[in-house]
Design a protein around this ligand. Structure first.
Ligand code: SF4
Length: 338
């Protein structure tokens, strides 16, 4: 567990991001005077770390808090509690002015590249803009840097003069990646970056992200609802349910032997690329409960096929079950009676 919050080295790879007990609760207001009547428990005590050159995939159904987690890590939202350490510096409570330097190190790639790009700006200017804001380069040097970024992400130099609507969906996502790379970041938070793209284009963009990671030693927090996509790009995977991480492990360990019943159900729905192979799909009963009023005990107990009495009252802690493989389930601890 120490490595999660630490800033140490592992195989020579330094920790880029450490998140400890990160919590993001949104107040629910009502009435004329906006009285607070409750909270949305969007992110609830999440801990993990990501090293250089590593991708941590975050999966879960929509509404599980994974997008809020990404925004909170980037400090686009002010966390309710917890700690965010970026390259050894605690950025949890920094003001916007103090965050200016750290923002260079953390960039985001969005789900919908079209709505995240200024439609009135030529594509070259979109990539040049962050360089101008930080006053890093100017004149010919800036033009050359923008051209090299275009080429690196698979766009041609003559596309610098075009506008976002003149590009295809895949090209727009490449443009978004070029913009994210312009400031030479350490960490990229990619929130469903390929879910709006055709399957063939998805593979190209994923492969591009993997190549760039190798080249620039980037750390990725890769958020997706699609386990097949997450498996392709991630080194480790965190499974989220109702604002909490319920399992986190190396991707091979997670796919071969999931420890949490929710992960088991998600994995059973991933198509197997073998027409002869059979997999029994686990159908979960009911919907995800409201994050305003999560169930007591294990939040998954209303849908879990293995629920026991203890699950209805006691919150299972995220514990290391085998080396590097953590799960939050009473079935995996000695606390659960038969
Ligand atoms: Fe199911 Fe209980 Fe484990 Fe929750 S703690 S996942 S309800 S067995």
């Amino acid at each position: 567990m120490a490595e999660w919050a630490g800033n140490g080295e592992n195989n020579g790879k330094r920790t880029v991001l450490s998140v400890r007990d990160l919590t993001m609760h949104f107040p629910v207001k009502h009435g004329l005077f906006g009285q607070v009547s409750g909270h949305v428990y969007a992110v609830d005590g999440v801990s993990f770390s990501i090293r250089e050159g590593e991708t941590l995939g975050v999966v879960g159904e929509s509404g599980c808090g994974k997008t809020t987690l990404g925004k909170t890590v980037l400090r686009l939202l002010a966390p309710t509690a917890g700690q965010i350490v970026l390259r050894g510096q605690d950025i949890t409570r920094r003001s916007d002015r103090q965050m200016r330097e750290q923002r260079r190190q953390m960039q985001m790639v969005f789900q919908d590249p079209y709505s995240s790009l200024n439609p009135r700006m030529p594509c070259g200017q979109i990539v040049a803009e962050p360089l101008e804001i930080y006053d890093l380069v100017s004149g010919r040097e800036k033009d050359e840097l923008v051209t090299s970024l275009f080429e690196r992400v698979g766009l041609s130099a003559d596309q610098k003069a075009r506008y976002p609507h003149q590009l295809s969906g895949g090209q727009r996502q490449r443009l978004g990646i070029a913009r994210a790379l312009a400031l030479n970041p350490s960490l990229i938070v990619a929130d469903e970056p390929v879910s709006a793209l055709d399957v063939s284009v998805q593979a190209q963009v994923i492969n591009l992200l993997k190549d760039l990671q190798r080249e620039f030693n980037l750390a990725y927090l890769f958020i997706s609802h699609d386990l097949a996509v997450v498996e392709h790009i991630s080194h480790r995977i965190a499974v989220m349910y109702l604002g909490k991480v319920v399992e986190i492990a190396d991707k091979r360990a997670l796919f071969s032997s999931p420890l949490h019943p929710y992960s088991e159900a998600l994995l059973s729905a991933v198509p197997v690329p073998d027409p002869g192979a059979k997999r029994d799909q686990i159908i979960l009963r009911g919907d995800v409960p409201s994050p305003i009023n999560p169930p007591p005990g294990c939040a998954f107990h209303t849908r879990c096929p293995y629920v026991k009495d203890i699950c209805r009252t006691e919150v299972p802690a995220l514990q290391e079950v085998t080396e590097g493989h953590f799960a939050a389930c009473h079935l995996r601890t000695s606390a659960a009676p038969d």
